[in-house]
Design a protein around this ligand. Structure first.
Ligand code: C2G
Length: 125
C-alpha cells in the first residue's frame, strides 16, 4: 500500500484544500493529513476560526482523507514519515524546496483565487 502524507491548517475548508487533498490521495492508496494543532498555530502566529477538533472532524469526512494526525511542531515530519511508513510527501508549491530532505516530495500547484485569508476578508466586507 502506497502511503501519502500532507500537512496543513485546513481552516474554513475550501475547494483549494480539496483539490490538494484529491491530488495527494491520487498519488497513492492512503492519505494521512497532519493537521496543525491550535497550540502549533499559535506558535506560527496563525489564528484559526475553527478549533483543531472541528478542523479534524471536517477533514475526516473528506473522501480523500484516510487518517488525521496532529501536527505539533516543525520538526516532526521526518519521524512522521518513518513512524507511519509514508512513501510520498505532498504539499502545495508555496512550500517548494522546503522539504527536499524527505524522500519522494511533490510540490503541487496551489489552486488560484482562493485562500482562507481571502474568505475571512470577504466575510468582513
Ligand atoms: N492550498 C492549495 N491551494 C490554495 C490554498 C491552499 O493548494 N488555494 C494548499 C496549501 O498549499 C497546503 C494545503 O492546501 O498544501 C493546506 O493549506 P494551509 O491550511 O494554508 O496550510 P499551511 O498553513 O500552508 O500549513 O508544516 C506545513 C504547514 O502545516 C502547512
Amino acid at each position: 500500500m502506497k502511503k501519502v502524507i500532507t500537512y496543513g491548517t485546513f481552516d474554513l475548508l475550501h475547494h483549494g484544500h480539496v483539490n490538494l487533498l484529491k491530488r495527494a490521495r491520487d498519488l497513492g492508496d492512503h492519505l494521512t493529513v497532519a493537521l496543525s494543532t491550535d497550540e502549533f498555530n499559535a506558535l506560527k502566529g496563525k489564528k484559526c476560526f475553527h478549533s483543531f477538533a472541528e478542523r479534524a472532524h471536517v477533514l475526516a469526512a473528506i473522501r480523500y482523507v484516510d487518517e488525521v494526525i496532529p501536527e505539533e511542531n516543525w520538526e516532526q515530519k521526518l519521524s512522521d514519515v518513518q513512524n507511519n511508513r509514508i512513501d510520498v510527501f505532498v504539499i502545495g508549491d508555496d512550500w517548494a524546496g522546503q522539504f527536499d530532505f524527505l524522500k519522494e516530495v511533490w510540490y503541487l500547484p496551489r489552486t488560484p483565487g482562493i485562500s482562507t485569508t481571502q474568505i475571512k476578508a470577504g466575510l468582513k466586507g
